[in-house]
Each structure stands twice: as structure tokens, then as C-alpha cells.
Design a protein around this ligand. Structure first.
Ligand SMILES: Cc1cc2nc3c(=O)[nH]c(=O)nc-3n(C[C@H](O)[C@H](O)[C@H](O)COP(=O)(O)OP(=O)(O)OC[C@H]3O[C@@H](n4cnc5c(N)ncnc54)[C@H](O)[C@@H]3O)c2cc1C
Length: 412
């Protein structure tokens, strides 16, 4: 039987790859006429990538085993029956949710229109700095890392915009790599070789963590020669495109109070922008994310069997552990919708599963290779634990199971 019912998943990262494995393992095999379904991942990037590792990985390829950092998506799905899965290397450029088609600009230059039977939008979010995520394909990221590394070799001043976790991690990694770490008895590194400055709009770093942890982070940053400027909103950067279009460009950063900072390298770490350029505005919330039912993960306004998960969706704040909590709920509801559409009685499929965001203070922020601050499920973690869980390899120890699907071996 030809696979005529396409379950199209847009985006090949934490949300998209996990949903595809879960559906192939725990939904498709239990549907009547299972051979009529095909899971299709469409992704701009051919590889899944441990994105949280960027603050350290951008410095040098020596930091991580590259084969663990970037994992081929099609290879990860060779374990399933050939007809049940397809990988499309391309970018969704237009979603017509009324006629239920999505237009893809393929990596080889062609265009394809895909009819979908069910759709999962998992296109995530891009960072202003192309150093910090797969804003394009792997080659694009690598090209930016190469330019950045060249500039790093001679840089004397680096300005990092934003004092959230990405900004603090970037500054901490760069500070330690370029300047080393102050001794046990010194509270700060005297005369750092390279001046690294975080410019933060708010009065405290790391808004998701309690003030005592933000203060601790500042102390650790001082030990690797990083200065923090607070209550300082960046109003402009010149030349335009410094840090965004060109990662190696010198820049002058102007603050709200009129002061300016000159930098050999400027890294904007000021938040992310959801990848929703291809989605009709009527499906978006005011923050630009896909307006997603926070309980069922359906995109109610888009018609039947349309869902969103991950950073692109509005149901929760952007974090990997929340995506992992959402996947079983999302996939159970997809399975239920597919069973109902195949003619199963409502009584036999059970109720919708519901998602509830865990809002407890949870965030880990390494500061260089041996220190860090953080909390998990509302409990403060000692620096050693932050190092052990995240700082050693920025979660690389966890992603092998995710990309291979082993994480989802059991239905949960
Ligand atoms: C520097 C940094 C550090 C972080 N550290 C942590 C951390 O320690 N812990 C944590 O929980 N979270 C962390 N996060 C957040 C975490 O990375 C995200 O929550 C996670 O990556 C979101 O996964 P996702 O699947 O939603 O999308 P993304 O990871 O954003 O991936 C989106 C995918 O969709 C593809 N894509 C984009 N547009 C299209 C399109 N139009 N068509 C087809 N494909 C498309 C992209 O190529 C990409 O593969 C960090 C984020 C950053 C930037």
C-alpha cells in the first residue's frame, strides 16, 4: 500500500526528531492500515545538533567530538521501514493550512509542495548571532564559527549583549579560554589579556534564577576576567549587521544612556526569534510564536491534526526539558486523532492527554569549564553539580539517546 497519509514534521531538532521517533515507535504501528502513513521530517539543517553547546563549541572544534555534536537526521531513521519515513532537506516557505499543503524550498534549489494529513510545526527559533544556533544548515554555522575563530585570535575587546544564560555562558567560556582563571584567593582576575564585557539591560543577570545565584554568577565571571555592565540597554550597534551578518566585524555599541563601547567582536545574545516566517499570521500569537493550545498542543485555529512543539510554540517557555515533557502528550494526542479519523469509536481511544508546564526554577549556567550556577525543580544546585550535569560537556552526554530515538524506546 502506498503511504498516502503524510505526517509532516517541520524542523529537525529536539521537538521534530523526538516527535518523529515517538510516532514511528508508539503510534503508527498501532493504527489500522499502518502502511498508509509516512512520517516526513522537513528540515533546513540535515543534522540534529546539541545547540546548548554553542557557547563552548564556537571557540574551537577541539572542544567536542564533532560526530557527537552534529548527527545526521536521515541516518538516525534508517532503523525504520523505508516506506514509513522520509527526510526532506529543505526549508518550509509557505504553509497553507486551508488547503493543507506546505511549500518547501529544497536544499538542491528545487521547490516541492507537500500535502499533509497531519502536521507538526517544530521549526524552533533563531538567535540574533549566527554563532549560537543552526539558523541555516551546518555549513552556514561552520562558516560563521571559522570567521569568528579567526577574529578571536587577535581580539582585545569582546562585548556580549544580554545577560541571560546564553550571554553569561558565552562570556564565561571566552573569559576562561582567553584569560584563564584567577587563583583561589583572588576575587577577580587582574589585568585580563582580553576585555570581555556583558552588557545587560536589567538590574540583574539570569532573570530566571534567584538573585543570590545571579550574584554568584557575577563573582564567577569576575574570576575569568569578565566585567558586567547592568541597567544598560543597547540602543544601536554600528556598523549595522555587526555580530549578526558579520560575526568578525569590529563594532561600536551604543547604550541608552549615550555611552559607547568599542569591540573587536560583538556577540548579540539577546534572545531568540521564532521561525514562523512561513506561517499565516492568523495562527500566530502576539509574540510571534504559533498560537498553540497549552493543554493539548494542537494549533486549534489551523484545522484538524495540526500541532506545534518546542521553541516555535506558545505553550511553554523555551527549554529542552519542557520539550521532552511535551513529546509524550503531543504524540498521544496525535495517535488519538489518527485513530478517531480512521473510524475508531471515541470510547475506545480514551481522553486527550494534557500538558502542564513545570514552572519551577530550573536552569543551569556553566561559567567556564569548572564552575557554574543553577537550580533544578526549585532547588539551588551547588557549582559542582552544575559542572557535573551540564558544564562538563554542555549536555552532549544526553543527545545521543535523543537523536537515535533510544530516549523514546518506551511509551511514557
Ligand atoms: C545558546 C543556547 C543555549 C541553550 N542552552 C539550553 C540549556 O542548557 N538547556 C535548555 O533546556 N535549553 C537550552 N537552550 C534552548 C534550547 O536549545 C531550545 O529549547 C531547543 O533547541 C528548541 O528545540 P526545537 O526543536 O524547538 O527547535 P530548534 O532547536 O530551534 O531547531 C529548529 C530546527 O528547525 C529547522 N528549521 C527552522 N526553520 C525551518 C523551516 N522554515 N523549515 C524547515 N526547517 C526549519 C532548523 O534547521 C532546526 O533544525 C539554549 C538555547 C541557546 C540558543
Amino acid at each position: 500500500m502506498a503511504a498516502s497519509k503524510k505526517i509532516v514534521i517541520l524542523g529537525g531538532s529536539y521537538g521534530g526528531v523526538s516527535a518523529a521517533h515517538y510516532l514511528l515507535k508508539h503510534a503508527i504501528p498501532y493504527l489500522p492500515e499502518k502502511a498508509s502513513y509516512q512520517v516526513v521530517i522537513v528540515s533546513t539543517a540535515s543534522h540534529a545538533f546539541c545547540r546548548p553547546a554553542c557557547p563552548r563549541a564556537m571557540i574551537s572544534d577541539e572542544m567536542f567530538t564533532q560526530e557527537k555534536l552534529f548527527v545526521s537526521i536521515p541516518k538516525s531513521f534508517e532503523q525504520y521501514a523505508k516506506e514509513s519515513f522520509r527526510f526532506v532537506h529543505g526549508t518550509a516557505t509557505e504553509l497553507d493550512h486551508t488547503s493543507r499543503t506546505v511549500t518547501i524550498s529544497l536544499a538542491d534549489g528545487d521547490t516541492e509542495r507537500l500535502d499533509f494529513y497531519a502536521l507538526v510545526i517544530a521549526t524552533g527559533a533563531s538567535t540574533a548571532s549566527p554563532l549560537l544556533s543552526l539558523n541555516g544548515d551546518v555549513d552556514f554555522l561552520r562558516k560563521n564559527w571559522t570567521e569568528f575563530r579567526k577574529a578571536l585570535a587577535t581580539a582585545k575587546t569582546i562585548v556580549v549583549g544580554g545577560g541571560g544564560p546564553a550571554g553569561v555562558e558565552c562570556a564565561g567560556e571566552l573569559g576562561e579560554y582567553l584569560n584563564g582563571r584567577a587563583g583561589w584567593f583572588s576575587s577577580k582576575l587582574a589585568n585580563p589579556k582580553v576585555s570581555v564585557t556583558i552588557v545587560n539591560a536589567g538590574s540583574k543577570l539570569l532573570p530566571a534564577l534567584r538573585p543570590s545565584l545571579a550574584n554568584k554568577a557575577e563573582q564567577y565571571l569576575a574570576k575569568v576576567g569578565v566585567t558586567v555592565v547592568k541597567n544598560a540597554r543597547i540602543t544601536s550597534v554600528s556598523p549595522q549587521g555587526a555580530g549578526t551578518d558579520s560575526v568578525a566585524s569590529k563594532a561600536t555599541v551604543t547604550l541608552e544612556n549615550g555611552k559607547t563601547l568599542d569591540a573587536d567582536i560583538y556577540i548579540p545574545a539577546t534572545g531568540t526569534k521564532p521561525n514562523t516566517g512561513f506561517v499565516n499570521e492568523e495562527l500566530l500569537g502576539s509574540d510571534g510564536r504559533v498560537d498553540t493550545n497549552a493543554s493539548t498542543l494542537r494549533v486549534d485555529k489551523a484545522g484538524p491534526r495540526v500541532y506545534a512543539v518546542g521553541d516555535v510554540a506558545s505553550y511553554a517557555r523555551p527549554a529542552v526539558h519542557l520539550i521532552l515533557n511535551a513529546i509524550p502528550v503531543l504524540c498521544a494526542n496525535i495517535k488519538r486523532d489518527l485513530l478517531l479519523d480512521s473510524g475508531k469509536e471515541k470510547g475506545s481511544t480514551g481522553e486527550d492527554r494534557t500538558f502542564e508546564e513545570d514552572t519551577r526554577e530550573t536552569q543551569m549556567v556553566p561559567i567556564g569549564k569548572s564552575k557554574g550556577v543553577g537550580a533544578a525543580m526549585g532547588y539551588q544546585l551547588p557549582s559542582f553539580m552544575v559542572w557535573l550535569i551540564k558544564g562538563r560537556d554542555y549536555w552532549l552526554w544526553t543527545v545521543g539517546r535523543l537523536w537515535s530515538g533510544k530516549q523514546w524506546a518506551k511509551e511514557s
